[in-house]
Design a protein around this ligand. Structure first.
Ligand code: URA
Length: 245
């Protein structure tokens, strides 16, 4: 188990969602919290999560500093932490996860679906979004118009967006070409509306967009839109490795 920073017992329990400091104080006063098998009397006592054994109502407390979630973002929901009028991805979370104050790592448009990572780990988010790290993002899209090998070649070379920016080389796989086409596109950067604007640059319109992978993470086929799960320790480590250095 990871050993974490030494901290106040009440603060530690509040961080992982056992209630407000006041509620936790009550739990402690009632003798329902033990530290290394001894009843804790003082909410202000210090513990080292991962080294000290803390139990609440006889159950071992598993501490974690951050939370890491993989969501299948549904369309119609915005990638923000709060909004006065529109539903956000944070609104879709259970209180036990919301208590960690996670935020989305980058944005998917309101009408885009698919893989979205949410975390409270600012350092990891920053690394994943850093343009220097070139973390691949894979999208599947439906495009109005016939997508051709010529488009793929343009994307390989880089296309000029409406603001003059020339995109980094991207890999376009044509899954179905016709009046309506289906494609898979891998990009190594994350400009605003990137995929839609890349297709606009070749005169086509994206009518459906879904992100299916980011770095080492692939969208879980059994996550319905709006559902999410926690990442495993291996997945968190893989993300950290993919974006470090
Ligand atoms: N590119 C877009 O155009 N939209 C997204 O949501 C993500 C990538």
């Amino acid at each position: 188990m990871t050993v974490h920073k030494r901290q106040r017992l009440d603060k530690m329990l509040a961080h992982i969602g056992f209630g407000t400091r006041k509620e936790i104080k009550k739990l402690i006063k009632e003798g329902r919290v033990t530290v290394n098998h001894e009843v804790a009397g003082d909410p202000g006592m210090h513990v080292t999560p991962g080294a000290d054994r803390v139990e609440v109502n006889g159950e071992l407390v598993i501490y974690r500093e951050h939370i890491y979630l993989l969501m299948n973002k549904p369309e119609g929901v915005i990638s923000a932490t709060e909004d006065r009028y529109q539903e956000t991805v944070i609104d879709l979370l259970e209180p036990e996860h919301r208590v960690f104050d996670p935020f989305p790592v980058g944005r998917l448009d309101k009408d885009t679906e698919g893989l979205l990572i949410l975390t409270s780990d600012g350092k990891l988010a920053h690394q994943l979004l850093s343009p220097k790290k070139h973390v691949p993002k894979v999208y599947e899209a439906t495009v109005a118009g016939r997508v051709t090998e010529e488009d793929a070649e343009h994307f390989r070379q880089g296309v000029k967006l409406d603001d003059g920016y020339v995109t980094m080389p991207a890999e376009l796989e044509i899954l179905e070409s016709g009046p309506v086409s289906r494609i898979r596109l891998t990009v190594y950067e994350g400009k605003f509306h990137q995929v839609k604007r890349m297709f606009e640059a070749v005169g086509k319109k994206v009518t459906f967009l879904k992100r299916v992978a980011m770095g080492p993470l692939v969208l879980d086929p059994d996550l319905e839109p709006g559902e999410y799960r926690e990442l495993s320790e291996e997945e968190v480590n893989a993300l950290k490795n993919a974006s470090s250095g």
